[in-house]
Design a protein around this ligand. Structure first.
Ligand SMILES: N[C@@H](CCC[C@H](N)C(=O)O)C(=O)O
Length: 283
């Protein structure tokens, strides 16, 4: 599936033990036909009142706590399967709600952002995470600097720029910033241009996956960080390379993400080895 071009593999692990292994994720991502950003593994529910436990695996085999685009894909897959439109999930970052709307777009309540430095986490204390000391490029003329940081379940850094986000070599800076010592659990790195109080243009280098067409949690972080630095209001359209995401940071502190999700093809996967076969291709 994809969520605005964020390449997602939804794996149905219900009714079986075990997990999609890190080795399987790395093997799947190594094949040109199945390069992906995240695997969303649907497991049997662990908690009453939830439909499933979702485990999120990046293409480098590491686990992620949150994935907004992937959650939309899961909601869409389950809507088709179950003929209903609202679902409650458990993830390692908490309980999430998702709903397919009548217009086909999918809304996910991504929960509450966190701002203390130890929750993001950062390696050192910052009293104010709206602007932290971090820069890249020459010391007296940095190319990117002073990001706002937040946790959307996963660590997010938003670097603000005034010009075109495509002027920045995110493929070069992304890996350095993702792995910067200030981020002990690494981080998702975004470049954001605010073009109106309700419109942000965003590019993201994803932790564990690299350059993406869309990153839902990064879009949520951009709006939350935009609002708390008074660059934006609490609701905005975030234009990512794959299209538009609609984000609202509600008064109850929950961040709600709306956008498209699309099924591409289905197949059968061995979750241990990563060996797979498409269902629609004759053997
Ligand atoms: N694609 C995602 C974010 C995926 C997780 C991220 N790479 C991480 O490790 O935190 C989204 O749509 O939110």
């Amino acid at each position: 599936m994809n969520g605005l071009g964020n390449q997602i593999i939804v794996v149905d692990m219900r009714g079986r033990t075990g997990r999609v292994t890190s080795a399987a994720a790395i093997a799947i991502n190594a094949a040109p036909g199945t390069k992906f950003d995240q695997i969303m593994a649907i497991h049997d529910p662990k908690m009453a009142g939830t439909v499933a436990y979702i485990e999120i695996i990046n293409s480098d085999g590491t686990l992620a706590q949150a994935c907004g685009n992937g959650m939309r894909c899961v909601v869409q897959a389950l809507t088709v399967e179950q003929g209903r439109q609202s679902f409650t999930f458990e993830t390692v970052a908490g309980i999430l709600f998702g709903q397919e709307r009548d217009d086909g777009l999918i809304t996910v309540d991504m929960g509450m952002p966190k701002f203390p430095w130890y929750d993001i986490p950062l390696a050192e204390e910052f009293a104010d995470t709206r602007k932290i000391e971090l820069q890249i490029g020459p010391i007296d003329a940095p190319l990117l600097h002073s990001p706002s940081v937040a946790s959307m379940g996963n660590p997010q850094a938003t670097f603000w720029v005034h010009d075109d986000v495509w002027n920045y070599a995110l493929d070069r800076f992304g890996p350095m910033l993702e792995n910067h010592p200030i981020f002990p659990e690494r981080a998702n790195i975004s470049i954001a241009q605010v073009v109106a109080p309700d419109k942000i243009i965003l590019r993201t280098w994803e932790r564990g996956a690299g350059l993406t067409e869309a990153c839902g949690t990064a879009a949520c972080a951009a709006v939350v960080n935009g609002a708390r630095t008074r660059r934006t209001g609490r609701a905005a359209t975030v234009t990512v390379p794959g299209g538009d995401l609609y984000i609202e940071w509600r008064d109850d502190d929950h961040v709600v993400l709306t956008g498209a999700a699309e099924r591409e093809w289905t197949g059968t996967l061995d979750p241990v080895s990563g060996i797979w076969a498409r269902n629609d291709v004759a053997a």
